[in-house]
Design a protein around this ligand. Structure first.
Ligand code: ADP
Length: 536
């Protein structure tokens, strides 16, 4: 046996499913309607039947102890074909659609059927309110109309059920949201609070309650003045909250004495909270405990001060020492030289040799002290900046290094050097050191050549001092700028290991960093970035 399908069957089933009513428990409201329908129509049986894909299921049944039947037996499966009509079968035995239906021929013996479709707002007939009798009969127009009215009441009940379910779902979601919020709030390290436009607290997280040692009901729903005292509210907090309500994000640091954790330095932030229409509905307050941060900062600050003091003391010590040692060093050099010059004939060869060692050692000592003095001076107050014409400066440097250039038969080339902005005497020292090193660290078989040039690089001049000397291995390219670093014995190359440390200080004082690139056996290029003269 088959049953007819309405045109909108898929939509109809969808609508039915949305009510989520199939196989639900009985409800008095539906039962009352079926009872009323049976009573009005004067029949023993009335049903609220919902036509599912393969069955009709009765939400309510009066006078019939059956909860569902297969769809192919259902009279209602026919009634739903005409959603606007009440289908009336006066005598099923005489109707060819139903005359062989077991519900008619069998024990149940149905003869009369009238079904008013349950039509949703979308026009889908999801079932019927039907009345049934075991004998043929008719409905008068009032009864038919009453059946129609009651069927509409059933649909209202169904709609109500759907809306209620939706509300419940929303409430559930709302609850979940609140649960999330409190979970986030509880896990947060910051104190968080939401105050509405009337300065009444609407939300406070766990941390907030812990710091203030309060229960939620002592905070939420309370006015700020009530929690913090009238004076604190009016004088301190209200002005800040009002600024936030006016749209400003207010940030400040202040000490707080929290009953829960004691005195704390905190960073407070008040930000406006807006509703969907862009209206400020309150203020979100965030209090970040920076107590530990402050402590660390203070410790750090104290360490820096201590360190700075140490450094200054050390430098003063080195300065005084090198200054005071110059005198005895001079004495050693002067007298040992004098002895060699004036009394050499009276001295034997060994004594002369020892005196020469003393004189050379004294000279080295003087050199070291000179360099140390310069180095410590670099730490002191900065020299004023001025325009420095590097071309002219290089001429002075070449003149100063005249002896050395002649001794090593060196070539020092430069031309077209720019005017830069810098500290005159320090830049001169830098050039002198770099050019001198370029000559000193020459290869044994090659006459030293030093090129000084300046190449524009972004907004700077890249001052380059390039030589054709022994070069520096890559692993030492950084170390060489550390004080007292020397890569060779003093028998091979004289020096104190201070020159490049001085150069680094000078480069740093000019806002940059000296660096070198080199090919061992070919030469080295030192780079110093300098500001152009027009950059004020
Ligand atoms: P000093 O020249 O007094 O030894 P510096 O601080 O000027 O000290 O240089 C440190 C070391 O770097 C030198 O001892 C040398 O080994 C290396 N160095 C410096 N300049 C050059 C250069 N132009 N070529 C090769 N090596 C160099």
């Amino acid at each position: 046996m088959s049953y007819p399908l309405p045109e909108n069957e898929a939509r109809r089933l969808d609508a039915l499913r949305r009510y989520n009513i199939l196989d639900s428990l009985g409800e008095a409201a539906y039962d009352d309607i079926t009872k009323l329908a049976a009573h009005i129509c004067e029949v023993p049986i009335a049903l609220v039947s919902l036509v599912d894909s393969d069955r009709q299921w009765f939400k309510s049944h009066h006078g019939l102890a059956v909860s569902e039947t297969p769809r192919e037996l259902a009279f209602c499966a026919h009634a739903i074909l005409q959603p606007t009509e009440v289908m009336v079968v006066k005598d099923a035995a005489a109707d060819q659609r139903f005359s062989t239906n077991p519900l008619v021929t069998g024990e149940l013996g149905i003869r009369f059927y009238a079904g008013a479709p349950l039509v949703t707002h979308g026009g889908e007939a999801v079932g019927t309110l039907c009345v049934i009798d075991r004998q043929p009969r008719e409905l008068d127009p009032q009864q038919t109309e009453a059946l129609r009215v009651l069927s509409r009441q059933v649909v209202s009940l169904l709609e109500l059920r759907r809306l209620l379910a939706r509300e419940e779902r929303n409430a559930e979601m709302q609850q979940t949201k609140i649960d999330y919020l409190s979970a986030i709030g509880a896990a947060a390290q910051d104190l968080k609070v939401f105050l509405d436009r009337d300065y009444v607290c609407r939300y406070a997280n766990e941390t907030y309650l812990r710091y203030w040692r309060k229960r939620r009901d002592q905070v939420v729903g309370k006015h700020v003045a009530e929690m913090m005292g009238e004076a604190t509210f009016t004088e301190k907090l209200k002005p800040l909250l009002d600024r936030a309500l006016a749209g400003e994000e207010v940030e400040l640091e202040m000490p707080f004495d929290f009953p829960g954790v004691g005195k704390r330095q905190v960073a407070v932030g008040y930000a406006p909270a807006y509703n969907g229409a862009g209206v400020a509905i309150g203020v979100v307050g965030r209090i970040h405990d920076i107590h530990h941060l402050k402590q660390v900062e203070e410790q750090l600050q104290a360490s820096v001060v201590r360190l700075e003091k140490n450094v200054v003391q050390q430098q003063q010590f080195i300065h005084i020492l090198s200054h005071d040692l110059r005198e005895p060093a001079n004495t050693i050099v002067n007298f040992s030289t004098l002895m060699l010059d004036e009394h050499a004939p009276q001295l034997d060869a060994d004594a002369q040799k020892f005196l020469r060692f003393i004189a050379a050692g004294g000279k080295r000592m003087k050199l070291l002290l000179d360099d140390l003095l310069i180095y410590t001076r670099m730490e002191k107050a900065e020299e004023g900046q001025s325009e420095v014409a590097l071309d002219e400066m290089m001429e002075e440097v070449v003149a100063d290094l005249g002896d050395m250039i002649a001794r090593y038969r060196a070539t020092v080339a430069f031309s077209g050097l720019p005017t830069v902005r810098g500290q005159r005497s320090r830049l001169r020292l830098l050039l002198q050191n770099l050019v001198a090193n370029g000559i000193k660290f020459h290869r044994p078989d090659i006459l030293p050549t030093v090129h000084v040039e300046a190449v524009p690089h972004v907004a700077l001049w890249d001052l380059r001092v390039a030589d054709n000397g022994i070069g520096i291995e890559a692993q030492h390219l950084e170390n060489i700028f550390k004080i007292f670093t020397r890569l060779h014995s003093r028998h091979r190359f004289e020096g104190t290991g201070i020159g490049l440390a001085i150069c680094q200080k000078i480069a740093e004082a000019h806002g940059g960093k000296i660096w070198a690139e080199s090919v061992v056996g070919q030469g080295t290029v030192f780079h110093v970035p300098l500001l152009p003269s027009y950059s004020y």
